[in-house]
Design a protein around this ligand. Structure first.
Ligand SMILES: Cc1cc2nc3c(=O)[nH]c(=O)nc-3n(C[C@H](O)[C@H](O)[C@H](O)COP(=O)(O)OP(=O)(O)OC[C@H]3O[C@@H](n4cnc5c(N)ncnc54)[C@H](O)[C@@H]3O)c2cc1C
Length: 405
């Protein structure tokens, strides 16, 4: 009789958690997969649009169907699935879970946290004005529609221009809502063209360099004031749809001794996906907001494999070397490196910049430049840099940035 409840506890049943759980089952490990929602699928469950699943399953699914596919694959693999289970505390080799019967402690040799990311709500954006009904994020809007059949507005203003903002436009149009406009505070869109042409093609005005300064309405949203080209103007609308500005769902790390990385706002992890606690790993959007469902799936699978390889060895607890960087780099994943004997889950560093910037980006190991590239770097777009095989041996790993005109 084993002293622990499972070899691995996976917290979060979105694409990354399910992929890791399936991979661990393939490697013969006992896995319990916990999710607070009533079904697996994570953020994909409420997406009434495609594309999901092309690379991992060889065909395109709509979000909800993709969630069901994940469930079938996890069941087939023999994963012990426990939905309706909220993890409320992360310990060393254990978690506290609340479910119907009450609070329970579960123990495991390894824990993998895959709790995803969420769009920034109104409170975190510090938006001033009245507090009427009808100010929601894309995820909330999609959940209202998918799970309750509720449409909170008919003429919303859409704020933001990331990929998810286009998901917001699609969701509105396909449910009979007609956005009055889309605004983006920056001078340029964050998603790539031609995707950013979509709102205008649908007849929705897209104002760049415009920001919301006031929300008006006593019970429901009646109008918003925006600032555009230094002028204030009022737009009549009945809702505000806040899109993007994702932030990792890292509350479990924040409450634990592990804390979070200031760049990513998720846990610090090394090239195996291992956190500052050698027995706790993380994968998917909790590492850095935000990636696609396919990316989360592949990352989960790679980290699941790394965890499986980790069994039979002492948890590698070599001193982690932080990966440091210059402004305007916003984040780097993995954000620590350890000397390790097993194959890495991450073969590339992933970086983001804070703003649109032109310049020379380079990677230095112990002061020696090993990689460089020049270019125009855009915020919220992934930058990939190969991790040199000798990087985990370095004492100093630094991304340098020199701005150029
Ligand atoms: C509105 C929207 C539209 C999108 N559209 C697309 C698209 O068209 N194509 C695409 O490829 N990607 C899309 N994405 C992105 C995609 O959904 C995500 O990349 C993917 O779901 C991330 O997977 P994940 O496993 O990291 O996290 P998630 O899918 O977010 O899953 C995290 C899971 O953890 C659970 N959880 C969190 N905390 C706890 C806890 N304490 N205890 C127990 N369970 C917990 C949650 O319930 C959730 O099920 C979209 C995302 C959003 C929000």
């Amino acid at each position: 009789m084993s002293a622990v409840d499972a070899d691995v506890l996976v917290v979060g049943g979105g694409p990354s958690g399910v992929a890791a759980a399936i991979e661990l089952r393939r490697q013969g490990r006992r896995v319990i997969l916990l999710d607070r929602e009533p079904a697996l699928g994570g953020a994909t469950r409420h997406c009434a649009h495609s594309p999901f699943g092309m690379l991992e399953f060889g065909r395109v699914y709509f979000g909800a169907a993709y969630g069901r596919k994940l469930t079938r694959e996890a069941e087939k693999a023999g994963v012990d699935i426990r939905t309706g289970h909220s993890v409320v505390e992360l310990g060393e080799g254990s978690v506290l879970v609340t479910a119907g019967p009450g609070v329970e402690k579960l123990t495991a040799e390894r824990i993998l946290v895959t709790t995803g990311a969420r769009e920034k709500p109104r409170s975190a954006r510090l938006l001033s004005g009245d507090r009427p009904i009808g100010v929601v994020t894309t995820g909330t809007l999609q959940s209202y529609l998918a799970f309750h059949g509720l449409l909170p507005f008919r003429r919303p203003l859409i704020v933001g221009s990331e990929l998810v903002s286009l998901s917001a436009v699609l969701t509105c149009l396909s449910h009979g809502a007609r956005p009055v406009a889309m605004i983006e505070p920056r001078a340029h869109a964050l998603a790539r063209a031609p995707l950013t042409w979509f709102p205008s093609l649908m007849g929705i005005p897209f104002h760049r360099g415009a920001e919301i300064v006031d929300i008006l309405g006593r019970t429901r949203v009646e109008a918003v004031t925006i600032r555009r080209a230094e002028k204030l103007e009022t737009l009549d609308c009945d809702g505000v749809l806040l899109t993007g500005q994702f932030t990792p769902e890292s509350a479990l790390f924040l409450q634990s001794a592990l804390g979070i990385d200031p760049g990513t706002a998720g846990p610090a992890v090394d090239q195996q996906g291992r956190s500052l606690d050698p027995r706790t790993f993380a994968a998917g959007n909790v590492l850095r907001a935000v990636e696609t469902g396919g990316w989360a799936y592949r990352e989960g699978r790679a980290i699941g494999r790394a965890i499986a390889e980790d069994f039979g060895r002492d948890p590698e607890d070599g001193v982690p070397v932080p990966v440091t960087f210059d402004a305007p780099i916003k984040l780097v994943v993995p954000n620590i490196l350890r000397r390790a004997t097993s194959a890495p889950a991450f073969r590339q560093f992933q970086l983001r910049v804070l703003r649109r910037v032109r310049g020379r980006l380079s990677l230095e190991l112990d002061g020696r430049e090993v990689w460089q590239a020049r270019g125009l770097w855009m915020p919220e777009r992934r930058i990939l840099v190969p991790i040199p095989p000798d990087a985990p041996q370095a004492q100093n790993v630094h991304f340098r940035f020199r701005e150029e005109d």
